[in-house]
Write a new protein. Structure first.
Length: 738
């Protein structure tokens, strides 16, 4: 770089630093500014030689992360300083001990928590990504600011990923959708969650993202006009009541529109609430609730509300602290509009999450408010002995779950995730209550332990000192706390049975001329489709796996290629096959990896990809490469937990004599000859055969589910387009297998 370029870059760095101080959500004292300046100087010096892939000086990244921490998350000086130095231990010679000496133990501990786990050799039976998530989530027990700064770090990385190769973009984006966006949601960071989800979709399903973005741009002017027509009607009445307020319309996020399109099986045009109107009003604490309902009354004077769509999070705030009234009303031109009513305080909490909480509480600081804030979330971390992938999946359940509100016999209210059972409620009272539960009453009536609760239920728990949990209880609960407590209680007994089972297995295999070692254990775990050696030993000890099954394992052992996956991971991304194998006709359809190799593969049954679909390859332990659609229900989890098994895949020839199965659902108004017209179009479609067909009519509504055999996606799309043209047909959608 020339002297002039260096000078310009230094000026840009200084400008970013000044902006960091200016945009801080917290009021910074002189001591705070000195602390931040010292951290900034350490980071600048430590990262001086480094550049990002884009070519810019690396220091711009920690400054950007600190700006997100300061303004969007709203943390104070301690966190801003830690954010500035979040990469120095990982990327430079500076140690955690030095940071403690230069600053204080708190900052050193946060920076240590932010330092990534050392990269280990991938093991086909262990997901290192899940281990990394587990380590990150366990830092909640030390200091939640580690997680908050990691979320800020991930947001900036997602915003600056364009220079990365495609497969790395997809891996990082999948991780983001899998764990970081749900965490941001659970921490009440609405804006960051929305950005992470949209960016995640941009890199996991780029075509879908671009299509929705373009459609939203096309309809933006029309939506703004429509919002204005609603606000103009409300403005006069709100002004007459002398309420101080602001109103703004906001479009739904691209990701939420995509989610609705998938879950409701609808097109972009059929998503009716693509935007919401927010009314934010000024109020002192005494009048806050009264004014919310007054505004509700004004809105419903003008527009008829949907009774089933009222959400009152003012009387019962979400566990994230979110408060608001949400109502869906019938607006002009017969269109539904969601209206959110919040005070300025509620709006800050919705935007900043926990940081806004202590702003509104006298004498509460960043240092002492964190433990209370995340007590519920920490419950998912109590049992750390489970498999890493299970651990993360359990934890994720508590992140995105909607809430219900349950009353105790004394009238106290408790919040639980939607779908929680009576037994979940028992564990939410206290772990010992849960473990001693004999029965439950809901609204005065005896109900089973797995009874699913509804908001407003009053629940009484009947306990017994002699009661102990059984393995079936794991099927009766949905919350991580209950599941972990039950597992922990069962663990001692399970361990004893497993220890006995191991001794039995050694003796039984000896009779079959097999010595039990680590390799044999892995083979048996795979053969019996189990997860761990503990599962195997337990099943032997409990008599679930019988002697006849062990004999069958021994007989088949020599013919099984147990080392397949291990070799695969070490030498290349996937196994090779003879391309000229006449029995493997499909090998010329797909190629894999950056070298576009022709390899053996199978099509996944969970999403039934066909030529022309956007797909990727996933190397399984026993079944070679499985090919999945990019929008497969399991795609995010696979790419996030097992990125090293994922391979890019490309269709190279769709003009083949092979055929693939696809299912389409059809709905519409019933009319004479409709069935004949549909079957005629299918029969006339080139190279399409019907495998199964189910058609029904109910009170004038026609429904059909047809499974067809097609050579590729182009032909299927043309056939769907032609069916849509039939008069009376409302919707035709391709569906994943159930």
């Amino acid at each position: 770089m020339t002297a002039e370029e260096i000078e310009l870059e230094n000026k840009a760095i200084a400008k970013e630093y000044k902006e960091l101080l200016k945009i801080s959500y917290q009021t910074l004292s002189d001591d705070d500014k000195k602390l931040i300046r010292k951290a900034f100087d350490v980071a600048v010096e430590a990262h001086r030689p480094q550049r990002r892939k884009s070519g810019e000086a690396y220091i711009f990244h920690p400054i950007a992360v600190a700006k997100i921490v300061a303004s969007e998350i709203g943390l104070g000086a301690t966190s801003i300083a830690a954010a500035l130095m979040h990469d120095v231990v990982e990327d430079t010679d500076i140690t955690v001990k030095q940071i403690e000496e230069w600053f204080n133990p708190k900052i050193a501990k946060i920076v240590e928590g932010l330092t990534k786990m050392a990269t280990l050799e991938p093991d086909p039976h262990i997901s290192m990504q899940a281990e990394n998530y587990r380590k990150m989530l366990l830092t909640l027990n030390d200091d939640v600011r580690v997680i908050l700064i990691k979320i800020a770090d991930r947001l900036h990385n997602m915003q600056t990923m364009d220079s990365m190769v495609d497969y790395k973009q997809a891996k990082i984006a999948s991780e983001t959708l899998y764990i970081y966006a749900p965490l941001a949601h659970r921490l009440g960071l609405f804006n960051i969650k929305t950005k992470l989800e949209d960016l995640g979709l941009k890199y996991t399903e780029p075509r879908v993202y671009a299509d929705i973005l373009n459609r939203m741009k096309e309809t933006k002017e029309e939506q703004e006009e429509y919002i204005k027509s609603v606000t103009d009607i409300l403005k006069q009445s709100l002004d007459e009541e002398q309420i101080e307020y602001s109103m703004k319309g906001r479009p739904k996020s691209i990701y939420s529109i995509r989610r609705k399109m998938k879950t409701q099986n609808v097109t972009f045009d059929e998503v009716y609430d693509k935007f919401a109107l927010r009314i934010i009003y000024k109020a002192d604490p005494h009048d806050e609730k009264f004014l919310a309902w007054k505004i509700y009354s004004i809105v419903t004077d003008h527009f008829r509300p949907s009774p089933s769509r009222l959400r009152d999070w003012i009387s019962s705030p979400k566990s994230t602290g979110y408060e608001a009234l949400h109502i869906t009303v019938m607006g002009p031109k017969g269109r539904w509009v969601e209206i959110q009513i919040r005070s300025e305080r509620m709006d800050e909490i919705a935007e900043k999450g926990y940081a806004a909480h202590y702003k509104y509480k006298q004498g509460v600081t960043e240092e002492n408010s964190l433990d209370k804030w995340l007590n519920q979330l920490k419950e998912a971390l109590e049992n750390t002995e489970t498999d890493a992938v299970d651990f993360v999946e359990d934890f994720k359940l508590s992140l995105y779950s909607k809430e219900i509100y349950i009353f105790t016999p004394k009238g106290e209210i408790k919040s639980l995730p939607k779908g929680a059972t009576a037994l979940d409620f028992a564990f939410s009272i206290h772990s010992e209550v849960g473990l001693r539960t004999r029965g439950t009453r809901v609204n005065g009536k005896l109900v089973p332990l797995n009874y699913v609760l509804n908001s407003g239920d009053q629940v009484e728990i009947i306990t017994s000192e002699n009661k102990k949990p059984s393995t079936s209880w794991l099927e009766y609960v949905t919350t991580s706390k209950a599941r972990n407590k039950i597992k922990s209680a069962l663990n001692d007994n399970t361990k004893k049975i497993a220890d006995d089972g191991k001794e039995q297995l050694i003796r039984k295999l000896k009779h079959l001329k097999i010595n039990l070692d680590e390799k044999v254990v892995n083979e048996m775990v795979s053969h019996f489709k189990l997860k761990t050696s503990q599962d195997l030993f337990y099943r032997i000890g409990a008599g679930i796996i019988e002697n006849s099954q062990l004999k069958e394992f021994a007989a088949n052992r020599n013919n099984m290629l147990f080392n397949f996956f291990k070799k695969t991971i070490k030498r290349a991304p996937s196994p090779t096959v003879a391309v000229d194998d006449p029995d493997h006709k499909s090998v010329d359809l797909l190629v894999f990896g950056k070298d576009k190799e022709k390899l053996d593969y199978k099509l996944a049954t969970c999403c039934n990809p066909i030529p022309g679909d956007d797909v990727f390859g996933f190397v399984t332990i026993n079944e070679g490469i499985k090919v999945h659609k990019l929008d497969c229900p399991n795609a995010i989890s696979m790419r996030s937990n097992y990125a090293y098994r994922v391979m890019p895949a490309y269709w190279v020839n769709s003009s083949t004599d092979l055929n693939f199965e696809a299912t389409i659902n059809i709905t519409g108004l019933d009319s004479a000859g409709l069935t004949t017209e549909i079957t005629k179009i299918i029969m006339e479609s080139k190279a399409v055969n019907i495998r199964s067909i189910s058609l029904s009519e109910n009170a004038g509504i026609f429904k059909g589910s047809i499974t067809v055999i097609v050579p590729n996606n182009d032909i299927l799309k043309r056939m769907i387009l032609n069916i849509k043209k039939i008069e009376g047909v409302e919707k035709v959608t391709r569906v994943n297998p159930s």
